[in-house]
Design a protein around this ligand. Structure first.
Ligand SMILES: C[S@@+](CC[C@H](N)C(=O)[O-])C[C@H]1O[C@@H](n2cnc3c(N)ncnc32)[C@H](O)[C@@H]1O
Length: 482
């Protein structure tokens, strides 16, 4: 990335025509604005808080030779999608970023961001699914705290800063989680000077995690004073009252659970729930996650009931538990020891055909590509970093029918798809969908389904001399199934 530097307070008038990865408006300065040296300013501008179609005053925060980055200080001409922020702290808190965007327009604008990032590929967004609800949805959060003479500052970081915006209530958090996070204020005397609270909610029950906090009998007593009972089987209005079930303390290597520190999430009729604590990954909301899981499962089902599925980045089994109901077998891999232990317990408890192992996806793909082992379908859901070009090349020789790539970063998705959809790869894009999992933020969730239309290529440097194919091809347990 090009170097940037801090600017003195400079303002420009900018006409916005597009959206960048990360949700900033992209535009060009109007011709009458210029540099301090009197030259016309022509660099591209990235403006936080601005939307396509708008004319805004931008305060410049950083710059380099090619671009200026800043934030909107005045809207001169507003886009139809601009709306009043539902949160009173929206002008300071950095927790959201898209409070100025009309809720019903957010999914479409996210599709625009994805299309912009994928513009060099033969790709169109088939559908962008709005979030079922724009507020009160967020069931997992990481909130910062700092001790002050007046008590605990507790909230998200501010915009363009690491100063905490103290927040007594957050309209984006699920109300039970919002309530539970506030309980931490009463434990201030046992907390370090600064730290984080992680929380997970199933809509009424919450578990919290306090990294960097050691067990102390008085702290335990203070926590127990606010813990409630699990609501197993309850279905009354009363059960909507939030309950804090437990708190996991993690100081150094010490792990102490006070109360019950695991939740069951997303069980629905025949679909078994996942079980997890506050430290493992969970999709940000329950309702849109149901749509996401159903979409991924439907794409995998297209490969038939005898499909062998490799699921990379499986986490606690959000997709695995559903995939296992229709596939012949699921091999699930994740780098997080705790997530895999949770998944193994879920598989055992519900008798699911899931073989879950801890491992690094990139290393596993390299090993599988060399051994010749194949899977009918590969589902992957990497963190923002994606899998990278080398692993994408390995994936090409590991997958037989279909790749279902779930991504939360359209830029790294574009990089990885460039390999997976390159000429001669044998794969073609069947479907690309955007799910608005985190409304009020510019975060995107994308699912790309790639079907095989040609033979899988031999990865460069892996072909055996003599042209006999791969040494392990015959031995691979996932040999041809048709
Ligand atoms: C976006 S989460 C997806 C989890 C799961 N699919 C879900 O829907 O809840 C990404 C997961 O990838 C795991 N992970 C991160 N880097 C990894 C790597 N190099 N190899 C395997 N898993 C990794 C994380 O532990 C995390 O569980």
């Amino acid at each position: 990335m090009a170097e940037s530097s801090q600017m003195e307070a400079v303002e420009l008038t900018v006409r916005i025509h597009d959206l960048a990865h990360g949700g900033a408006g992209v535009g060009r300065p109007e011709s009458e604005t210029g540099t301090p040296e009197g030259e016309a300013e022509t660099r591209v501008c990235f403006v936080d808080g601005a939307l396509p179609g708008e004319r805004v005053r931008m305060r410049v925060d950083t710059e380099n030779k090619r671009w200026l980055r800043g934030h909107c200080v005045e809207v001169l001409e507003a886009a139809p999608e601009r709306s009043e922020a539902p949160c009173a702290l929206a002008d300071r808190c950095g927790g959201c970023g898209w409070q100025h965007v009309e809720a019903s327009a957010q999914a479409k604008l996210k599709a625009k961001i994805v299309e912009g990032q994928l513009r060099r590929l033969p790709v169109v967004v088939a559908e962008s699914l709005p979030s079922p609800s724009p507020l009160g949805y967020r069931r997992r959060a990481r909130v910062h705290y700092r001790k002050t003479a007046a008590g605990l500052e507790l909230g998200f970081y501010g915009q363009r800063s690491h100063a905490i915006v103290d927040c007594a209530t957050c309209p984006v958090l699920d109300p039970a989680l919002d309530w539970a996070v506030q309980q931490v204020r009463a434990w201030a005397q046992w907390l370090p000077e600064r730290g984080e609270v992680v929380g997970l909610s199933n809509g009424s029950e919450v578990v919290l995690g306090l990294p960097g906090v050691r067990h102390d009998p008085e702290l335990e007593a203070a926590i127990r004073a606010v813990l409630g009972e699990p609501k197993d089987g309850e279905d009354s209005e009363e059960s909507k009252e939030p309950v804090l079930l437990g708190v996991q303390l993690r100081g150094g290597r010490e792990r102490v659970g006070v109360g019950r520190t695991h939740l069951e999430l997303d069980g629905d009729g025949p679909t078994p729930p996942v079980s997890q604590g506050p430290f493992t990954f969970s999709q940000a909301q329950a309702a849109q996650n149901r749509n996401l899981v159903e979409h991924v499962a439907a794409r995998v089902r297209e490969s038939g009931r005898d499909a062998r599925v490799l699921e990379l980045h499986a986490g606690v089994g959000n997709f695995s538990r559903v995939l296992a109901r229709s596939a012949k077998a699921v091999w699930a891999v994740d780098g997080d020891r705790e997530a895999i232990a949770n998944l193994q317990r879920t598989a055992e408890r519900w008798g699911l055909r899931i073989n879950a192992k801890r491992g690094q996806a990139e290393r596993l793909l390299a090993k599988l590509a060399t051994s010749g082992r194949r899977y009918d379908v590969v589902v992957l859901d990497p963190p923002r970093s994606g899998i990278g070009e080398a692993a994408a090349r390995d994936l090409l020789s590991v997958v037989r029918d279909r790749v279902v790539y779930v991504s939360c970063d359209p830029a790294t998705l574009a990089r990885d798809l460039a390999v997976l959809l390159a000429e001669g790869s044998g794969l073609e894009l069947a479907d690309l969908r955007v799910f608005d999992m985190m409304p009020m933020t510019p975060e995107v969730e994308v699912v790309a389904t790639l079907n095989r239309v040609g033979p899988s290529p031999e990865p460069p440097g892996r072909a055996k001399p003599g042209g006999k194919g791969k040494k392990g091809a015959k031995k691979g347990r996932g040999g041809p199934r048709r």
